[in-house]
Write a protein of this length. Sequence first.
Length: 304
Amino acid sequence: MTDQQALLATTATDVKAVIADKVAELIAAGNPAPTVGLVPTMGALHEGHGALFEQARTENDLVVASIFVNPLQFDQPEDFEHYPRTLEADLELVTTFGGGVVFAPSTQHMYPGYPDAPHIRVSAGEMGSMFEGASRPGHFDGVCTVVAKLWNILMPPAPAVFRSYFGQKDAQQLAIVTRMAHDLNIDVDIRPVALVRAPSGLALSSRNVRLDDHGMEKALGLSQALHYLADQATRGELLDLSAARDIIRSQENVELDYLEIVDPTTLQPLTPEQLQAPLEREALALVAAWVPPVRLIDNMLLAP
């Protein structure tokens, strides 16, 4: 926690200068290699974002937050228009969470000429076309484009070390941005932040508030199916995907979108041959389901 108000910058030029000044101050104070941690957000911050900031604050000398509602991630223009924008409240929360700098650009600053821009975008490739990408075509291309821009704008000058924080709740996004940093040789350390669960086992999500008591009970089928697979993996048993899917399908009115076991790095589903033997290396179980009136996602690492 901090009493010092986070500094707000709305242009790339200004935020670069602020970060450079902060890094210079740290070096002058005797820190030869300051660490800068970025928490990228779309604003409308709440306590659920606290885990991201808490880990970033613990691991870094300076925490930077970006607040930008990225139009490239939205399927429907009206969803983009209606997305909550609460900059003043967000600034207060970033300060409370220990953030030192906030970058909150306009759409036109990030994409001059939008909606006819940007002309050049980053493709998430096959990793971005499966699972969540199949339900939201182009979504991960939008994520990659904005994250690559944010990294380029907010990367501190040498000798500072740059880190970027993403929640494991969005496992596909985490895998994609990690691969993007590697494939494009971007000098940033991706730091995953553990998924937070309620005592019931339900993964915390802002969408949960739309579930009534019956919906919350039905939603537990997702985490129960994941724990079922995780327990099988730990015991060295064959993974029974069919039985795990039945756990979710047994919940009334719940519609399973997918439950798959994939390679955590490539997101490629394990082959039938691989599933006919106990796990030999870590795998990732991904699930999405409609629990009226919301669509929920969850995931769990499976350890052999």
